[in-house]
Write a protein that binds this ligand. Structure first.
Ligand code: ZN
Length: 302
């Protein structure tokens, strides 16, 4: 296959980080992520490993020139009708910690071009690039990035709710939802509860965990009323709330059973599981008269 000839060719050559690894960008990242791990502060600070790609990004003005080979490959795919693109996933490996002052350089290679695949979005080819990131000339990590170049499927618009993204970090949560259980992760070392699901404890870093089932009681911690933009599966206006569960963690969900303009901060709500279509069940929260609570599972009102 002609596309395969691009495997192993450069996607970007001799890239240089715009800034060395630095405390200010680390602090902004940690604040945005809500990550208070002490390893990322102080005189011996390291950068959060997941910032690997950040140090290679060109910002709005850009600076990473795609190689001719990569441009040619994308051009061939465009000519073949695969004119749409979606980023599908990325994987990172960390070889050594990055510290303030590290100067970043990188190269990227076209690692693979898949056979033609048919997906729900349409038919196309997955293109995987691998970026090798160095700090002071030493290997520091790799960042694999996969896109799908595809020809969109023409079909009548559906009005189904978007599907949740289920991955290995949150699969247990969605399995719980399938059994009508709202599961909260509990750290195996310090016992702190966390939501949404994450591989490690934000308080102590421990990777061991089990789950506790939420009682289903909660209150509206905050909310917004969505008027615009309209999404096909939703009929605005509707309330999207941050629910504080009785266990103390918070989750984003819909408040149902109450007109959108009657939702209030502090309002008691009760968990129920609503079915939206043949495959989608979501935890939502019913507000309003406490005598109505419970016994309305799968009600579908929203
Ligand atoms: Zn912990």
């Amino acid at each position: 296959m002609r596309l395969r000839a691009y495997e192993g060719r450069a996607a970007a050559i001799a890239g240089m980080g715009k800034d060395p690894v630095n405390e200010a960008m680390i602090r902004h990242w940690c604040e945005a992520m809500g990550d208070t791990n002490p390893a990322y502060e102080g005189p011996d600070a390291v950068a959060p490993p997941t910032m690997l790609q950040v140090w290679t990004m060109g910002g709005l003005s850009g600076h990473v020139a795609r190689s001719d080979a990569y441009e040619e490959l994308l051009g061939l795919l465009d000519e073949a009708g695969y004119t749409s693109v979606v980023a599908t996933d990325c994987e990172q490996e960390y070889l050594r910690p990055l510290r303030p002052g590290d100067e970043i350089t990188f190269d990227a290679v076209i690692e693979s071009v898949s056979e033609r695949k048919t997906t729900k979005l349409g038919t196309g080819h997955f293109v995987t690039t691998r970026m090798d990131v160095r700090a002071g000339g030493e290997p520091a990590g790799t960042h694999r990035f996969r896109i799908l170049k595809y020809a969109p499927t023409r079909r009548k618009p559906t009005v189904r709710r978007p599907r949740p993204v289920v991955n290995r970090d949150n699969a247990g949560f969605w399995e719980g939802v399938g059994r009508h259980q709202l599961l909260i992760q509990r750290c195996g070392a310090c016992g702190v509860l966390r939501f949404p699901w994450l591989p490690g404890c934000g308080a102590c870093g421990c990777l061991e965990w089990d789950t506790v089932e939420a009682s289903g009681d909660g209150t509206v911690y905050s909310y917004v009323v969505m008027h615009h933009p309209p999404f096909p599966a939703f009929s605005p206006p509707y309330a999207v709330a941050l629910i504080e569960l009785a266990e103390g963690v918070r989750m984003v969900s819909n408040v149902i059973g109450v007109p959108y303009d009657k939702v209030r901060i502090g309002m008691p709500v009760r968990l129920q599981f609503d079915r939206y279509d043949e495959e989608l069940v979501l935890p939502v929260f019913r507000g309003g008269d406490s005598r109505d609570l419970g016994g309305r599972a799968e009600g579908g009102e929203r």
